[in-house]
Write a protein that binds this ligand. Sequence first.
Ligand SMILES: CC(C)(COP(=O)(O)OP(=O)(O)OC[C@H]1O[C@@H](n2cnc3c(N)ncnc32)[C@H](O)[C@@H]1OP(=O)(O)O)[C@@H](O)C(=O)NCCC(=O)NCCS
Length: 183
Amino acid sequence: MDHFITPLTDACLPETRQILLDAAAVDGFISTRSREQFCYAYFGYYREAAPELFLVAFGKPPLPEKVLGYVCAVADTRNHPELYRLAPHIPLFDDLYDRFPAHFHIIIDASVRGRGVGTSLLGELEMRLRKSCGTSGLHLVTGEGSRCVNFYRKNGFTFEAARDDEAGSEPRLLFMGRQLREP
Ligand SMILES: CC(C)(COP(=O)(O)OP(=O)(O)OC[C@H]1O[C@@H](n2cnc3c(N)ncnc32)[C@H](O)[C@@H]1OP(=O)(O)O)[C@@H](O)C(=O)NCCC(=O)NCCS
């Protein structure tokens, strides 16, 4: 195996956070404050709220011996009012959280995408969710037509619901769910 998976430690925190910032760099940030808010919404909050579900993949030769990517999650979105504040789209899918309560974010470093690391991290997250709370399912929200949609379909996210946000932005928001057991 060219990588192993471990919970996030303080030692690899800066490197892991940088993976998020590198992925977001396309749009840039208008201020340090907006960058910190972004990091809190997609990284910091999860580290505080559910450190046991914050996992990093670390490379082994022939892959670089560094953090390759991470997944962070909460077991039940409805128990996290802070997420409703941080991510305005969360209330839009409230009716689906009974079937797909767990919510996650995943990012793999651009240099190693398409080499199975994302699939491996997702598998480990699912195993931990099943063990810790026997969750009925998990979900993510992305943009309709986004390249990552195929990755989720291949990983068993067969439920899809596309909805408009309040502003009617394009692309529409796409909720993708994977059911692990009957709720
Ligand atoms: C989407 C992502 C998490 C998948 O992880 P990964 O390790 O690259 O994926 P795996 O190697 O396990 O699985 C391969 C599949 O992922 C998808 N994939 C591969 N490279 C990708 C890329 N650069 N961007 C998006 N999806 C990609 C493809 O569907 C691929 O299947 P294929 O080889 O049959 O075409 C990762 O590519 C990534 O972080 N992309 C950018 C950020 C992102 O889109 N995050 C999710 C936001 S919802």
